[in-house]
Ligand binder design. Structure first.
Ligand code: COA
Length: 368
C-alpha cells in the first residue's frame, strides 16, 4: 500500500533543496518522455519559473511517498487565470490540471486521488471546466476513463535543417518584398523596442486568438506590454534568446510576425513559436516571407542548430501547409481534453477511493 503526501512548491520561495528535488523529478520525466532530446539547464528553467506569467497563476503540488525517501514521485499543477490579470474575463471558469507520476507509482489510484483534489479546488473557486493535455498513452487512457472530451488534436513537427531546400527558402524570402514592396521586415532580439511594444501586443493578441481551438472551450488571451516584458525577462535571465521578425506596413501597422526561442544548452534544437499574419494582410506571401527569413537568419546565427521543433493543431491548415512545404515532419501527437466540473464530479462519485492511497497534505492542497 502506497501512502502519499502532497506538499506545495513555490518557485519564488523555493530553497536549494527543493530546487534539487524539482530538477531530479524533471530529469526522470525527461528520460521517460524525451530521452534523445537535450535537457534545458537548471538555471534556465529556474529563471523562467521565477518570472511567472502575469495572466495565469500556477499552484504546484509535488507528491511524496511517505514511506520512501524525500524524492518527489509525482506532480500536480493547477493553473487558472489571475483575477487581476488580462485574460481573466474570458477564462475565469477554466482550471487547467496537469498530473504526472513516476511509472512505478501508476495504476494505484494516485492520479485519480489528485484529480479529486483538483475537482474540489475547482468547486471552491467557481471553476466549471477542467482542461488538460496528454500525449503519453497512460495520460490519454486516464482522461478517457474519466470521461474527458477530446477537444483538439495537436501535433509536434520537426524540421531537419540538413534536408531543407534552401533554394526554395531563399526564393520565398525574395518573393515577400517583391510582392509587398511597401512592407518592411523588422528584427528584434530578446526585447521588442519600447516604441513598438503596444502595437506588438495588439498584433500578437489578434493572431494568437485566430489560432483554431476546435472544440476546446477556452477564452481569448490578452497580451499586454507588462506580460510580454515579464516573459522576455524570464527567457533572457535564463540565458535564452528570443528572435522576433515582423512585417510592418507603410502606415506603421504590424501585419505579420514570427518568433523562435533558442537555449544554448539545447544546442542542436531551436523552438519555432508563434507565427501569424493579421487577416487583412493574408494571401500576400507574408507568412512564407517571415518564416523563410527567420530560417535564413537561424542558419547564419546558430550554425550548430540542426532541428526546428514546433507545435500546431492538426486543424491549422494554413500553418501546416507552409510547414509541410518547408519540410516539417510529424514527430508526435497529443490531445487537449476537457470535462465539465459536474461530469467530473459524477465520475468521481461513481468510483470508490483506492485504499492504496492515504492522502496527507503538509502545506499542500488543503492549505491553499
Ligand atoms: C496520467 C497518470 C497521472 C494517471 O495516474 P495513475 O495514478 O496511474 O491513475 P489511476 O491509477 O488513478 O487511474 C485511474 C483510472 O484511469 C485509467 N487508467 C490509468 N492509466 C491507464 C493506463 N495506462 N491504461 C489504461 N487505463 C488507465 C484506469 O481506468 C484507472 O482505473 P483502474 O486502475 O481502477 O482501472 C499517470 O499515468 C502518468 O503520470 N502518466 C504520464 C503523465 C501524463 O500523461 N499525464 C497526463 C497529462 S495531465
Amino acid at each position: 500500500m502506497v501512502r502519499i503526501k502532497v506538499v506545495s512548491f513555490d518557485p519564488q520561495r523555493a530553497t536549494g533543496e527543493e530546487w534539487a528535488r524539482f530538477h531530479a523529478y524533471r530529469r526522470k520525466r525527461h528520460v521517460e518522455t524525451d530521452p534523445n532530446d537535450p535537457l534545458r539547464a537548471d538555471a534556465t528553467v529556474e529563471a523562467q519559473q521565477r518570472k511567472p506569467d502575469i495572466a495565469w497563476k500556477e499552484l504546484n503540488f509535488p507528491v511524496i511517498d511517505i514511506d520512501g525517501s524525500d524524492e518527489w514521485i509525482g506532480w500536480q499543477t493547477l493553473e487558472f487565470a489571475r483575477s487581476d490579470g488580462p485574460s481573466y474575463a474570458e477564462n475565469k471558469r477554466i482550471l487547467w490540471v496537469w498530473i504526472s507520476l513516476l511509472p512505478s507509482y501508476r495504476r494505484q489510484g494516485i492520479g485519480r486521488r489528485l484529480l479529486r483534489e483538483a475537482a474540489n479546488f475547482a468547486r471552491e473557486r467557481g471553476k466549471s471546466r477542467v482542461v488538460s493535455y496528454a500525449e503519453e498513452a497512460s495520460g490519454l487512457a486516464f482522461w478517457k476513463v474519466v470521461g474527458a472530451q477530446d477537444a483538439q488534436r495537436d501535433r509536434q513537427s520537426r524540421l531537419n535543417l540538413d534536408e531543407v531546400d534552401w533554394t526554395m527558402v531563399e526564393q520565398w524570402a525574395a518573393e515577400g518584398p517583391a510582392r509587398s514592396p511597401d512592407s518592411k521586415l523588422v528584427w528584434f532580439t530578446n526585447r521588442i523596442d519600447d516604441e513598438d511594444i503596444e502595437e506588438w501586443c495588439a498584433a500578437f493578441t489578434e493572431v494568437w486568438n485566430m489560432m483554431p481551438r476546435d472544440d476546446l472551450d477556452i477564452g481569448d488571451e490578452v497580451f499586454t506590454p507588462e506580460r510580454r516584458r515579464q516573459s522576455e525577462a524570464g527567457i533572457a535571465e535564463g540565458g535564452g534568446t528570443t528572435l522576433t521578425a515582423l512585417t510592418r506596413e507603410e502606415d506603421g501597422t504590424i501585419s505579420g510576425l514570427t518568433e523562435m526561442g533558442y537555449f544554448p544548452e539545447e544546442d542542436w534544437m531551436i523552438n519555432q513559436w508563434m507565427t501569424g499574419v493579421r487577416r487583412p494582410y493574408r494571401g500576400r506571401g507574408l507568412g512564407k516571407w517571415l518564416k523563410a527569413a527567420m530560417l535564413l537568419w537561424v542558419r547564419e546565427e546558430f550554425p550548430q542548430v540542426r532541428v526546428v521543433r514546433t507545435d500546431n493543431a492538426f486543424s491549422n491548415a494554413p500553418m501546416l501547409s507552409i510547414n509541410e512545404r518547408l519540410g516539417f515532419k510529424l514527430y508526435r501527437e497529443g490531445m487537449e481534453v476537457q470535462i465539465g466540473l459536474e461530469d467530473l464530479e459524477a465520475y468521481l462519485a461513481k468510483v470508490p477511493e483506492s485504499e492504496a492511497t492515504l492522502f496527507e497534505t503538509e502545506d499542500g492542497l488543503a492549505g491553499i
